[in-house]
Design a protein. Structure first.
Length: 385
């Protein structure tokens, strides 16, 4: 884009407004990137799959340009409406969160004036493919020229899913890890009494922290099994598990697993909250025990920035969030026995614990700040092809 040219940018999210979870911080970050790219809030346009949940809380109320746009919608009349919108506002860049490889919109919106499409992915694009199947995927990508110019991935594992799974050409990929607010997420928020005041957790317990979705692949079941192993089978009554992210009745099946165990008094389901930055630093360790696919979870960075050593499943993408033996540990997916062994080893060595904690905080400050992600993203969306 010409630096002197006045143009617009459209920031597109594939979800409804106010979805929450990890996409919320990305919404506000992407808006700021759009503002810096154009220099004018009137030239930043934000689109959601739908607005049925109301005005997006992550976007400034002063933003005048919030619309509905679903890239999977094949309605020609709606496609023409969007093209007219783009032409009238001289929109040149589309930055899409999980924008698909193919869409009925891409060719038309390029004709309407879009010069650059950047798709930022928060999940793997595909499982790994080989042989003929991968060849066909690569051929498909080579022949389809209207799609995103760049696919931004958060980790090497996610890049592999794009190039060795979906067949996307190497030169169309860029790794930009998630960044977080290292001031907001800081050990300085630690309070020895907070967990007792808020959740009734005794002060002498070492608390394991988790936050995330409660779908099966995220490994909450592994954490519950670890609690039973640690408390009931090994007799360690000075531990507690504090798990966040459950909505409605999502924790019921895990509470059922705990019935009749001593561990049920050592597991707290904290629900969905927006003050976790105050709670994390009061905990002892963090864990993400995913058993299915994962990407590069923001929660792992937030835990480490808060000074928590963490344990994560040894899965592509997820394992890149932790330097094994330096900021935390990897463990075999689903292996709650090995996970408990690691907990006890860390707890038994105060110098090891302090080393992991210090290294975790330092690594996030140096390499995974929100400002660094913002700068890298801005450079990518505004660079010339």
């Amino acid at each position: 884009m010409n630096a002197k040219e006045t143009y617009g940018i459209m920031i597109l999210f594939h979800t409804p407004s106010n979805t929450g979870y990890a996409i919320g911080p990305q919404e506000s970050l992407f808006y700021e990137v759009g503002l810096e790219a154009t220099g004018d809030p009137d030239h930043v346009h934000v689109a959601y799959k739908d607005l049925t949940r109301g005005w997006p809380s992550t976007i400034p109320s002063t933003c005048k340009n919030v619309i509905e746009l679903d890239l999977t919608n094949t309605d020609n009349a709606r496609i023409e409406e969007i093209c007219t919108y783009i032409k009238k506002r001289n929109i040149k860049i589309l930055l899409g969160y999980d924008a698909p490889v193919k869409s009925p919109y891409y060719k038309k919106i390029r004709q309407a004036g879009i010069q650059r499409i950047v798709s930022h992915w928060g999940a793997p694009l595909s499982s790994i493919n080989k042989g003929v199947k991968l060849y066909i995927k690569k051929l498909e990508m080579a022949l389809y020229s209207s799609g995103p110019d760049t696919f931004i991935l958060q980790s090497r594992g996610m890049k592999d899913s794009a190039t060795k799974g979906r067949g996307i050409q190497e030169h169309r990929t860029k790794i930009i890890p998630t960044g977080i607010d290292t001031v907001k997420n800081s050990p300085s928020h630690a309070d020895d009494n907070r967990l007792f005041r808020m959740f009734g957790i005794p002060k002498d317990r070492k608390t394991i922290f988790f936050s995330g979705h409660f779908e099966e692949r995220k490994g909450v079941r592994v954490l519950v099994n670890a609690a039973v192993e640690l408390v009931d089978k090994r007799g360690h009554k000075d531990w507690h598990f504090l798990l966040f992210g459950n909505r409605r009745n999502e924790a019921d099946r895990f509470k059922e697993m705990l019935k009749g165990t001593e561990a049920q008094h050592h597991v707290t389901f904290g629900g969905y909250r927006d003050d976790l930055h105050l709670i994390r630093p009061c905990c002892f360790l963090g864990t993400v025990a995913t058993t299915g696919w994962d990407s590069f979870p923001r929660s792992t960075l937030e835990m480490q920035a808060s000074g928590l050593p963490i344990c994560v499943s040894d899965l592509p993408g997820l394992n890149e969030t932790v330097v094994h033996g330096n900021t935390g540990y990897h463990f075999p997916p689903g292996d709650h026995i090995k996970l408990v062994d690691i907990y006890l080893a860390i707890a038994a060595d105060q110098s090891l614990y302090q080393k992991l904690s210090n290294n975790a905080r330092r690594r996030i400050e140096l390499a995974f700040s929100r400002n660094r992600q913002k700068e890298d993203l801005l450079n990518e969306i505004t660079r010339k092809p």
